[in-house]
Design a binder for this molecule. Structure first.
Ligand code: HEC
Length: 197
């Protein structure tokens, strides 16, 4: 082997070695972790939620929220709107939501999803529970329920009543008022039909 050839092969081996070390950093797929020559931003020191940390006095990585912090969407300044009760804890006689076509349409939609299975399309309480399990389901057109303050129906939807479960979580406050507006419309129609008989 001449000196020239030897030098060439040393260079070639070194070059191949360097390539091999570097591996395939970008553009080809492999399940192996990349071999990094320059770590740049691949490693970023950080604290994970729920992890321990010796840095903070309480040994936790996670910081408690600043006092007074409120989760997004949970600032309920209008108590009456979200509870259906007035300042004295009495149920509101009338819904605080302005009734318009959009509210009624939303109410009809939500009624169909959340109330109709049991209270049926007409509100008479002849839904699946009554039909299949003989569970007495309130007839929403009943004069007693027609006379209930809006705040009481709001409370029934929120917390449930008797055999009926509460729908606080799936139905937000604004949607509860929308459903009430829609149910009031059904009751009004049925009362008018009764009167016309
Ligand atoms: C899974 C079945 C079911 C669903 C869904 C349901 N209800 Fe009821 N609801 C009942 C039953 C059963 C009663 C009777 C409860 C009792 O008297 O023990 C009732 C009672 C009521 C009453 C009468 C409460 C009273 O003062 O006596 C109202 C008002 C009412 N429901 C409204 C609604 C509205 C509005 C929805 C939709 C958001 C709804 N319900 C969804 C089963 C259901």
């Amino acid at each position: 082997m001449s000196r020239m050839t030897r030098t060439r092969s040393v260079v070639a081996v070194a070059a191949l070695g360097a390539l091999g070390l570097q591996g395939c950093m970008r553009g080809c797929s492999s399940s192996d972790p990349p071999v990094l020559i320059n770590f740049s931003m691949f490693n970023q020191p950080k604290l994970k939620a729920q992890a321990a940390s010796a840095f903070f006095y309480d040994g936790m990585a996670m910081r408690p929220p600043v006092p007074g912090t409120i989760a997004r969407g949970h600032l309920h300044e209008d108590r009456a709107f979200v509870t259906g009760m007035d300042g004295g804890g009495e149920p509101l006689a009338r819904s605080p939501a302005a009734v318009d076509d959009a509210l009624l349409a939303r109410g009809a939609d939500r009624y169909g999803v959340y109330c109709q299975p049991c209270h049926d399309e007409r509100g008479e309480g002849k839904g699946v529970l009554a039909e299949r399990a003989k569970v007495p389901t309130a007839n929403l057109l009943d004069p007693r329920i027609r006379e209930l303050p809006d705040g009481v129906i709001f409370d029934t939807i929120t917390n449930g009543k008797g055999l009926m479960a509460g729908y606080r979580y799936p139905i937000g406050a604004a949607d509860r008022w929308a459903i009430i507006a829609y149910v009031r419309g059904m009751q009004k129609k049925s009362a008018e039909m009764e009167a016309a008989k």
